[in-house]
Design a protein around this ligand. Structure first.
Ligand code: COA
Length: 259
C-alpha cells in the first residue's frame, strides 16, 4: 500500500497514478520513495508486462518537484536530492526491461516533464502542458531534464525551453517529438492501455532487448551497434524466437512465454 500513489494491475498492465491532486501531484520525498518502490514492483513482478505512469485529477500529471522542500537545501542537499531521485526513479524507469509509458494528463513541469521523459514514450491529453521552469526558481533540472530533453527534441529546442522556462502545449510537444500522440483527456488511458496491450502480445525478451539497444544510443560506455548485434544473436537461443518463426511458417499466432 502506498500513501501517495494508487496502483492497479489489470491484464499485465500496471498503472501507477501519482495521487496528490491538491498539490498538482508534485514530487515530494515520499512520492519519490514510493515511485521507486513501484518501479521495483514492475521489475520484479512476473505478472506485470508493462506499466503506465499518470497523474491523479484532470489538471496535472506532475507540476514538478515539491518546491516547499527546497528552502532547507544547501549544495550538498541539492546534489543528494537529484542523485537519489535519479537513482531511485528516473534511471530505473529508463533502464527497466519492461515498457513504461507516460500518460500525461495535464501539467508536466520540471520534475514532471523529466518523469515523462524518463518513460519509454509518452502520450498526452489535449490539455497537457510541458516545460522546464527551473530557471524561474534560480535552478536547473536535476532529474535528467537537461540530458533527456536534448535527446528527445534536439539541442536548440531544448535550450530554448530550458533558458526561457516557457511552457508548451500538447500539440507543440507533438510537433517537437516530445509526445507520440495527443488525445482527448477522456481517451488518454484507453489509448495508452491499448498500446501497452499490443506490446504485451510480443516476445518479452525481444521487448527488453529493444529497450536496451535503443538506450545504448545515449550511453557512451557502450557501442549501440555492438549491443544490437549481441542481443540479436542471443535472442536466437530463446524459445520465443523459435516459436515466433514456427508460428509464422505455420500461419498461426505465436504463443510467447518469455523464455
Ligand atoms: N511544488 C509544491 N507545490 C506545488 C507545486 C510544486 N511544484 N506546483 C503546484 N503546487 C501547489 C500550489 O502551491 C497550490 O497549493 P496550495 O493550494 O496549498 O496553495 C496547489 O498546488 C495548486 O497550485 P496553483 O499554483 O494554485 O495552481 P494554478 O492553476 O494557479 O497554477 C501551475 C498551476 C502549474 C502553473 C503552478 O502551480 C506552478 O507554476 N507550479 C510550479 C511549477 C514549477 O515551477 N515546477 C518546477 C519545480 S522545480
Amino acid at each position: 500500500m502506498h500513501q501517495t500513489l494508487v496502483t492497479n494491475l489489470d491484464s499485465g498492465i500496471y498503472t501507477i497514478t501519482i495521487n496528490r491532486p491538491e498539490k498538482l501531484n508534485a514530487l515530494d520525498k515520499m512520492v519519490i520513495e514510493e515511485l521507486g518502490a513501484a518501479v521495483d514492483e514492475v521489475i520484479l513482478n512476473k505478472e506485470i508486462k508493462s506499466a503506465i505512469i499518470t497523474g491523479s485529477g484532470e489538471k496535472a500529471f506532475v507540476a514538478g518537484a515539491d518546491i516547499s522542500e527546497f528552502s532547507s537545501l544547501n549544495a550538498q542537499g541539492g546534489r543528494d536530492l537529484a542523485h537519489k531521485g535519479q537513482q531511485l526513479v528516473f534511471s530505473k524507469i529508463e533502464n527497466c526491461s519492461k515498457p513504461i509509458i507516460a500518460a500525461v494528463n495535464g501539467f508536466a513541469l520540471g520534475g514532471g516533464c523529466e518523469l515523462a521523459m524518463s518513460c519509454h514514450f509518452r502520450l498526452a491529453s489535449e490539455n497537457a502542458k510541458f516545460g522546464q521552469p527551473e530557471v524561474n526558481l534560480g535552478l536547473i533540472p536535476g532529474y535528467g531534464g537537461t540530458q533527456r530533453l536534448v535527446q528527445l527534441i534536439g539541442k536548440g529546442r531544448a535550450l530554448e525551453l530550458l533558458l526561457t522556462g516557457n511552457m508548451i502545449d500538447a500539440n507543440t510537444a507533438l510537433q517537437l517529438g516530445l509526445v507520440n500522440y495527443v488525445v482527448p483527456q477522456s481517451e488518454l488511458l484507453t489509448k495508452t492501455r491499448s498500446i501497452a496491450g499490443l506490446i504485451n502480445t510480443k516476445a518479452p525478451l525481444a521487448i527488453a532487448a529493444c529497450i536496451k539497444a535503443v538506450n545504448a544510443v545515449f550511453d557512451e560506455k557502450h557501442d549501440g551497434y555492438e549491443v544490437e548485434i549481441n542481443n540479436f544473436g542471443e535472442l536466437f537461443d530463446t524459445a520465443d524466437a523459435r516459436e515466433g518463426a514456427a508460428a509464422f511458417l505455420e500461419k498461426r499466432k505465436p504463443n510467447f512465454t518469455g523464455t
